[in-house]
Design a protein around this ligand. Structure first.
Ligand code: SF4
Length: 452
């Protein structure tokens, strides 16, 4: 028995999938789909879990109710750890917790009429009074905005929005305490998304349901959630009350997601940042802060004073040099052609024996780096690394760049810090012991927190 007073509480939940290879099926790695998330839901509360596709949120949903067995962690429901439940106890738990999915079509047997589909959970739970069952089903259909007469019709006779309403009626048939809704409206037309969300909200109010909504869409969670957990690559990076998180987001990933919500005035929200690239593979998450390979606000090392976009370009170049992915031949070819040189083929470009200074200029152009960085010490390092690179010393160039430009964000995993009892975030920018130790870092943080 746990001391938790929440209806549902998840602590350090993990779901890893082993990667096995070879004759003996040896484990060579792990896909860390969910990697230590914690949250709680109270009765009558709606919490949203948001993140891009591939961040692990759907796996979190199925693992937290043991549709998939978690790898590690504790999950308390009414103060009992459900990871310890046997089959009989799990059946009882499943009556209390219902799930609705993104695609209502996949939830229904096309040959079973709607009345029987909605009654199914009642039958599974041993409710065998048929007349009473029909009365309950008729009432539920009416409560979700359909008619009791619809019970003899089949799934194909209903629209997507109506099917999601029927899925909701079926989930509510056994009077659950917790509803887990995985992308409940993303397959629906925008015009009917709000109707379904309002319906979930109404039942949450009327029945005192606890609801967990999984969505890639911050607009959806803003509409119905009391609190939001932002998930990136298997971890929660920020958890807070919806209003606070929308008006004063503390994590760069949250800021980037908010910036992506379309508004009539694009300057209205956040830093106007755009996320580039995909979520990295959860089998090989980046070191330190997992978001550092895409973070628009990644922290420069002490003493480096560059504009954020120039700093991002330096980081991008460094990453490509380390991976030996700077294609000097193509850069030279494009550079020479753009400069108006009369080359017909790569052989001719090579034969022309382009001097290093020209090539360095084209590399800077390719990586959107100015001819001179504003910061003298950064410029010295970059110039040295570029000289090494174009002279064929890729490893030396990688070392030079790493020695000076390695950021705390890739070295150190940020601790999750509580900003208030309800609001927690995992980012070095909120940690005075990491940021703020020097004047330039203080200034950097000041600029980020007050975008003009
Ligand atoms: S720790 Fe660094 S990389 Fe991670 S979110 Fe914060 S600023 Fe960005």
């Amino acid at each position: 028995m746990s001391s938790s007073t929440s209806l549902f509480e998840v602590r350090n939940l993990e779901k890893h999938y082993p990667i096995n290879r070879g004759l003996f099926n040896t484990e060579v790695g792990r896909v860390r789909a969910v990697d230590g998330i914690s949250f709680s839901v109270e009765r009558g509360e709606t919490i949203g879990i948001v993140g891009e596709s591939g961040c692990g949120k759907s796996t979190a949903a199925t693992s937290m109710i043991r549709l998939e067995e978690p790898t590690a962690g504790e999950i308390d429901f009414r103060g009992e750890d459900i990871t310890e439940y046997d089959e009989k106890e799990l059946r009882r738990f499943r009556r209390e917790v219902q799930m609705i999915f993104q695609d209502p079509d996949s939830s229904f047997n096309p040959r079973m009429n709607i009345g029987n589909a909605v009654a199914e959970p009642l039958i599974v739970q041993g409710f065998d009074d048929e007349q009473r069952r029909r009365a309950i089903v008729g009432d539920l259909l009416e409560r979700v905005g359909l008619s009791a007469d619809d019970m003899n019709r089949f799934p194909h006779e209903f629209s997507g929005g109506q099917k999601q309403r029927i899925a909701l009626a079926r989930a509510l048939a056994v009077n659950p305490s917790l509803l887990v809704a995985d992308e409940p409206v993303s397959a629906l037309d925008v015009s009917i998304q709000s109707e379904v969300l309002r319906l979930i909200d109404r039942f949450q109010d009327e029945l005192g349901l606890a609801v967990v909504v999984i969505s890639h869409d911050l607009g959806v969670v803003q509409e119905i959630c009391d609190r939001v957990a932002v998930m990136y690559l298997g971890e929660f990076v920020e958890v807070g009350p919806t209003e606070e998180l929308f008006t004063d987001p503390q994590h760069p990933y949250t800021r980037a997601l908010l910036s992506a919500i379309p508004t009539p005035d694009p300057t209205e929200r956040g830093l106007g940042v755009e996320l580039t690239g995909d979520v990295p593979e959860p089998s090989d998450p980046p070191s330190g802060c997992r978001f550092h390979t895409r973070c628009p606000e990644v922290i420069p090392p002490e003493g480096i004073d560059l504009a954020q976009d120039t700093w991002r370009s330096v980081l991008h170049l460094r990453k490509q040099v380390i991976a030996d992915q700077v294609d000097l031949e193509s850069i030279a070819e494009v550079g020479a052609i753009e400069a108006g040189d009369e080359f017909g083929s790569m052989d001719e470009v090579e034969a022309e024996d382009i001097d290093n200074d020209r090539l360095i200029g084209w590399v800077r152009q390719e990586y959107e780096l100015p001819n001179q960085l504003g910061d003298t010490s950064a410029e010295q390092t970059l110039s040295q690394a570029l000289e090494e690179l174009v002279s064929g010393q890729q490893e030396a160039a990688a070392e030079t760049l790493t020695e000076r430009f390695e950021t705390v964000c890739e070295r150190q995993d940020p601790e999750t810090r509580s900003l208030s009892p309800d609001h927690r975030v995992a980012c070095h920018l909120t940690d005075d012991s990491v940021v703020g130790s020097t004047d330039s870092e203080n200034e950097y943080r000041r600029q980020l927190s007050s975008p003009e």
